[in-house]
Design a protein around this ligand. Sequence first.
Ligand code: AP5
Ligand code: MG
Length: 193
Amino acid sequence: MFNIILFGPPGSGKGTQSEKLIAAYGLVHLSTGDILRREIAQATELGLEAKKLMDNGQLVPDAVVVGMIKSALENNPQAKGFLFDGFPRTEAQSVSLDALLAEKNTEIGVVLALEVSNEELTKRLLNRGLTSGRSDDTNESIIKNRIVEYQTKTTVVANYYSKFDKVVNIKGEGSVEEIFSALCSEIDKRLSN
Ligand code: AP5
Ligand code: MG
């Protein structure tokens, strides 16, 4: 099994690159943001609670997302590997993920961290907000909250995995194809070892 965390701030291209990576490597894509938006669309109790926080650009509680990931891992017993997108986002989530993977006798192979300037992130998200229907994309002050949440709560995830020498920084600006090929070359290096 080879498991990847695709890491980076809001709008850094995690979703865009995930689609290409799962197709190339046959991984199961686990995006907590996508799972939460499905819960909102189905108007579940969890979705309605999460929506209030997401609409403000704030993180939902660790226990909620860890529970979602735990079920997703259990529902995919045959997976060749998982691609985590938008998870983990706090140190507590990282510790929980490592424990869940250890129960399956596996671990994170690499953390690929996309680096994009705040100006570019804001530009991309406002632009997507014109058509995405995502309430957290429409207003610059909510986008700013998302970036602040990332800086104050999520950057520690990279520090955490750096201790295990698992983090590789990738320039997240440029064409989608260029970035994809940089990601693939890091994955291929590790798969051939
Ligand atoms: P989530 O859905 O994870 O959103 P996010 O991290 O804020 O990031 P996005 O999905 O907006 O961006 P992305 O990096 O996937 O970029 P994309 O490829 O779409 O989370 C949403 C909310 O859910 C959170 O705020 C939180 O409330 C909650 N949540 C989720 N997970 C959680 C967790 N683990 N713990 C707690 N709460 C959680 O690209 C963005 C745009 O840029 C697109 O329009 C795209 O076309 C464009 N683009 C992509 N690549 C390029 C490029 N190379 N050049 C130019 N444009 C590009
Ligand atoms: Mg995304």
